[in-house]
Design a protein. Structure first.
Length: 149
């Protein structure tokens, strides 16, 4: 998952909002100290994109769902994190059975999985999460196949 410098700053703020988070079960299982250093540097430098592994993203999501973290989140932020967690799970478990051989693992796969999702999240209805900076978009904002002119 890629985050810009501002998003890295927000994640850093959330992850360091309460020292108890560093002792949480998800953090202990997959320590985030190195990730905090990367987030801090990316926020300070205003990097256009900082990539985190899917495993690290899952750990961050688990930590941010701990009671110490949710206490500082607004209701809207908590709903957004829940939607992101749902997306990560759906892309990982592929409940719709979308064939990777036919759609790959990128945005085509995600569009097809979204089309087959019975109860899409707000993020799904908005068309994400896709790596939008890599996708071509029509004048109306719809995604285009990047292999077609």
């Amino acid at each position: 998952m890629g985050f810009n410098g501002h998003e890295c700053g927000i994640l850093l703020e959330w992850l360091t909002s309460d020292p108890a988070l560093a002792g949480s079960k998800p953090w202990t299982a997959d320590p985030l100290e190195t990730t905090l250093v990367r987030l801090r540097a990316s926020a300070a430098d205003g990097k256009p994109v900082t990539w985190l592994s899917p495993l690290t993203a899952r750990t961050i999501m688990a930590v941010l769902q701990e009671p110490a973290a949710t206490a500082v989140l607004t209701g809207q932020e908590a709903r957004l994190l829940t939607a992101v967690a749902q997306h990560l799970t759906e892309w990982d478990t592929n409940p719709a059975g979308v064939q990777h051989a036919q759609y790959g693992t990128g945005w085509r796969f995600r569009q097809r999985a979204l089309a087959l999702t019975e109860h899409p999240t707000v993020l799904s209805r908005l068309g994400g999460p896709f790596f939008l900076f890599q996708c071509k978009v029509t004048a109306l904002g719809a995604l285009k196949d990047p292999d077609k002119p």
